[in-house]
Structure formats: C-alpha cells, structure tokens
Design a binder for this molecule. Structure first.
Ligand code: ATP
Ligand code: NCN
Length: 282
C-alpha cells in the first residue's frame, strides 16, 4: 500500500493501491445549471462481469434525476469491489477493472471506473463513498458554477433494489454505516425484478428523504450470475454485455471453470426460470 496523495487538507485515514491516482478525466468540472445541486453517482458491486444492466442503471438514473430532482449529475463511477470480498464467481480485480474500463470507455461518454476499491483490501461502502467525497471535494475542490463559484458535490450511491434489500437483513450492514450512507450521502435505487421494493425499503424509512426509487420501465433481468452460467455452458452472451467485454472474455477463456460455491446457486437460478438471482457474499 502507498500512502495517501499529497494535500494540505486534513487527511482521512484511507489506504491506497500502489501508483493510484483518482480518475477524473470525465468529471464535469463546470455545472450547466447553477440553480441545481451537483451530484456524482457511485455504483459499487462485483461487476463479474459488467453487463449492460450495470451501465443502464446510470442512464435510468440520468432520466430520473432530470425529471424528478433538482440535482445535476456531474459524474458517474463504477467501483468494483476488492477480491477480498470472496463472493462466488468473483474474478480477480485486474480482469474486472479491465472489463469495466472497456465497457465505460467504449460505450459511454461520461462513465468512469475507479480502481481504488478493487486493488486493495476490502473497503466498506461507507468508506468508499467517503473516498469519493474526499477526492472530489477535498482534493479537487468540487466543481464550479458557470459564474465561477465553487460547489461541493453530493456523492450518491447508485444500486439495484437487491442491494438495498440487504440493508434490512440483520448482520449485513452496521447501523452506523447505513446512517452514514443513507443519511449523509443518499442513494438512487433501481428496481430489480424479484425484489419487493416496499419490503426492501421498509426499515429504511427514517432516511426516506435521501432515498430515490427509480422504476425499471423496461424489465431486464440480466445478471452477472446468469452470464457466468451461460459462459460455462458454452452459450452466447453477446448483446447482454458490450462487445469489447465479450471479446475480452472469449479471448482469455474466462468464466469456464465452475466455481464450487456456485453449484447450489446454479440449481436455484435455472436459465429458463426468470426469478430473483441475488447471491449473498460468502
Ligand atoms: N438487472 C439488474 N437490475 C437492477 N440492478 C441491477 C441489475 N443487475 C445488477 N444490478 C445492480 O448493480 C450493482 C452491482 O451488482 P453486481 O455486480 O453484484 O451485479 P449482479 O448482476 O447482481 O452480480 P451477481 O449476479 O454476480 O450477484 C448492484 O447494486 C445491483 O443491484
Ligand atoms: O459496507 C458494507 O457493510 C456492505 C455490506 C454488503 C455489501 N456491500 C457492498 O455491496 C456491493 C454489492 O454486493 P453484492 O454482494 O450484491 O455483489 C459490494 O460492493 C459490497 O462491498 C457493502
């Protein structure tokens, strides 16, 4: 681990991967509408592999934000989880970061991959959001309005409803972290087939003002688990993922081995039966 970047500001105690610099080449540094609140969307997850649904979440959020809020999105980040997360089917960090980079750089003009989380020890989501807040607001100084006034950027978690559902499950998240994530930052939740949204958000009612629910108007149930299953069975995954990601996987023969921990899950998530396919990290 290297030490944190140079700054005269007080430094929180983050750890950093070697040679890390925060990627901000696509961060919009000047706001289009100064009457709005600038936000950055951060999607945390395995991305093993990244699918069109992961990317689509950002587009759904963009439409939702434009139509329903006073926010202005100034950036969107995918933050692949550390290898230490030890979830079934989790490929090594280098492959997942490479695939997310291909997907974001080649299919979008505004999405970026931040490898900070992937290339080090496991970091809780609350800490990941603190990292973004620190890099964007403390190190970069936030964004500016067209008139040149500096503005702090509100960092927000972007997630599917299965992830928010785990926030009501005992023992998965600490109350302190939930309060930090949903109270201080806030989140945008994309509906996902198989998750009861009311059930998922019931126990989070105290942070309701900071939780935005985005309906999925075109149901798309693609998941990384199903993609891995297809690959193991030699089935095509083209048009479920961006082409450069499919090529990356095929060129390297990735996801051919059956991870032992996925056997039981494969039985539950039969390809022909569309239903909830939400794994829990082992
Ligand atoms: N089809 C989908 N609809 C809505 N949200 C989704 C969908 N697929 C993934 N997400 C969201 O994307 C984020 C990253 O998820 P993750 O990488 O775990 O993908 P996944 O497809 O659920 O993976 P796996 O099948 O390996 O569990 C999570 O917040 C998850 O809820
Ligand atoms: O911070 C936590 O306590 C926490 C608890 C459960 C899950 N997460 C994060 O949720 C993300 C998606 O998890 P998963 O299992 O749905 O792939 C991943 O980035 C985890 O780090 C985070």
């Amino acid at each position: 681990m290297a030490s944190s970047p140079d700054s005269t500001s007080p430094k929180p105690t983050f750890t950093y991967p070697t040679n890390y610099t925060f990627p901000h080449h696509r961060l919009q540094r000047v706001m289009k509408d100064s009457s709005k609140t600038p936000i950055v969307l951060v999607a945390c997850g395995s991305f093993s592999p990244v699918t069109y649904l992961h990317l689509r979440m950002f587009e759904m959020a963009k439409d939702y934000v434009r139509q329903n809020t006073d926010f202005e999105i100034v950036g969107g980040y995918l933050s692949p989880v550390s290898e230490e997360y030890k979830k079934a089917g989790l490929l090594n960090a280098a492959h997942r970061v490479a695939m997310c980079t291909l997907a974001s750089e080649e299919t979008s003009t505004w999405l970026t991959v931040d490898p900070w989380e992937a290339f080090q020890s496991y970091q809780r989501t609350a800490v990941v959001l603190d990292h973004f807040d620190f890099e964007i607001n403390t190190i970069l100084g936030g964004v500016k309005t067209a008139e040149g006034e500096a503005r702090n950027v509100k960092v927000m978690l972007l997630a599917g409803s299965d992830l928010i559902g785990t926030m009501s499950e005992p023992g998965v998240w600490s109350y302190r972290d939930l309060d930090h994530i949903l109270g201080r930052y806030g989140c945008l939740i994309v509906e996902r087939a198989g998750t009861d949204m009311d059930q998922a958000t019931d126990s989070l009612a105290r942070w309701r003002h900071n939780i935005h629910i985005i309906p999925q108007l075109i149901q798309n149930d693609v998941s990384s688990t199903k993609v891995r299953l297809f690959l193991r069975r030699g089935l095509s995954v083209r048009y479920l993922l961006p082409n450069p990601v499919v090529d990356y996987i095929e060129d390297r023969g990735l996801y051919q081995d059956e991870a032992p921990t996925e056997k039981g899950k494969e039985r539950r998530d039969s390809i022909s039966t569309p239903k909830k396919d939400v794994p829990s990290a082992s």
